[in-house]
Structures are given as structure tokens and as C-alpha cells.
Design a protein around this ligand. Sequence first.
Ligand code: HEM
Length: 240
Amino acid sequence: MEAAGSPYTIDAVTKIEEKPATRPVARQRRPMQRFLWWLLTVSALGITAYFVPPYLVGGTTVPGLDRSIPGYYTSLVIHALPAGIALAIGPFQFVTRLRQRFPRGHRIAGRVYLIAVVVAALAATYSSVVTKSGFALQVAFFALILAWLFTAAQAYRTIRRGDVKAHRIWMIRNYTLTFAAVTLRVYQLILLQVWPLMPDLEYSEIYTSSAWLSLVGNIAVAEYFIVHRILAPRPRRTAA
Ligand code: HEM
């Protein structure tokens, strides 16, 4: 998703090239990379703006919210607010130009992001324990929570010891998990279209499948990106 010289890049990739006389082919991909960054950002902001506010105003407009479970609604509020903040901050942390111009801003936003992830993950642990959405979904959420906390800890640990490249890689992994909030809802939308064709299917099965798909799918995309664009980038072809 990144290209040298683009304001939408991760610097690890920008280090690969600094070829003045020739025009890197990567530059031709800039519109696509910009498009992907905008898509990521708009969908992250959109999901935050649509799903989080109803929980902050009493949750009365949330369909099917189970208020009979003690502390469940409160845990969703404590989870959704910081999770939404993390989802919204994330895309801007990957913009090279912003990082270079406002390094202090990047550090502050990074701390806010990591604290938000930890608070959201701890609250989600309670929601996952008490939710009545089924065991398979609980397992998916626990896996997501553990991976979320582990990658956040690695991102923090690596930047504290000054390993910028490893920090970027762990942040990509971590944000990919945060982004599961978006992909989960996209998969839900897609699978809902299948529902009329399979009348025996229950809604909880659609929800659970979407959670697993987002977990596995997002990790696969992140690892592909990390390997092909950061760890072992293809040698760049150049155009005259
Ligand atoms: C990636 C790590 C995340 C985990 C492990 C996680 C976990 C959970 C859990 C366990 C629930 C309760 C589900 C239930 O009872 O059926 C939940 C609900 C919710 N989460 Fe997350 N979540 C994550 C990320 C996010 C993010 C980034 C957002 C930002 C928008 C978010 C927003 C919400 C909202 C709004 C709900 C309430 C249910 C709904 O309206 O869909 N979550 N989450």
C-alpha cells in the first residue's frame, strides 16, 4: 500500500529507493496506493462514526442489546469508545509526511492509540466472557484480544529500544487487528446476502463466521504486505 515519495507511505519502504535519474515504476502506483489509504481511512472513520455513538448515549437505539447481563452494556461502552479512537487514529500514524513533520504528534497519538487498545481489549475481555453469542464466537474474540495485546506490547517494546523497522511491522500487525472491526461488518453484510439461500442458517452463525473470517483474513493480508513490501521487497524496475 506504500510507495516512496508518497505521503501515504511507511518509511521502511521508502528506504528502498532514492534513484534520482530514473523514474521509479512505483510512482505509477501512487494513485492506487492513495486510493487504498483513503478507502482504509474512510471505512475506519465511517465504522467508528456509525457504531460507537449509539453506545455513548444510553444504547437505546441499539437493536437486540441484552441488558439482562450485569455489566455487559457498561463493558461495551468502555470497549467501543477507546476502540473507535484507535480505529480512527491508526491510518494517520502510517502517513510518512505527517510523521516527519510532526514527530511529537506521532509519538503522542501513538501513546493514545496503544492505551486505547489496552483499555478496549480489557473491556472486551469482560464482554467476551459474558456474551451469549456462543462459544465459537467467544474463542474468536479471545484470540483477537490476545493477538491485539501481544502485538501492541511488541510495538511498544521495539520502539522503546529504538528498533524502528520492527516497530512499524508490529504496528501494521496491530492495526490490522483493530481493522477487524471493519472487515467483520463487511463480512457480515456479505454473508447476510447468503441467508435467504440457506434458511436453516442462524444469525449467530453469520456473526461467528464473520468474526473468524476477519481474524484470519486480516492476519493473512498483513503478513503478505509485511513480507512483500517490507522484509523482502521485489527489486524495483525503473522506466527511462
Ligand atoms: C480487534 C479487537 C477487538 C476485539 C477483540 C473486540 C471485541 C468485542 C466484543 C467481545 C464485543 C461484544 C460482542 C458480543 O457480545 O457479541 C464487541 C462489541 C463491539 N465492538 Fe469490538 N472488538 C475489537 C475491536 C473493535 C473496534 C476497533 C471497534 C471500533 C469501532 C469496536 C467496536 C465495537 C462495538 C461498537 C461493539 C458493540 C457491538 C456492535 O455494535 O457491533 N470493536 N467487541
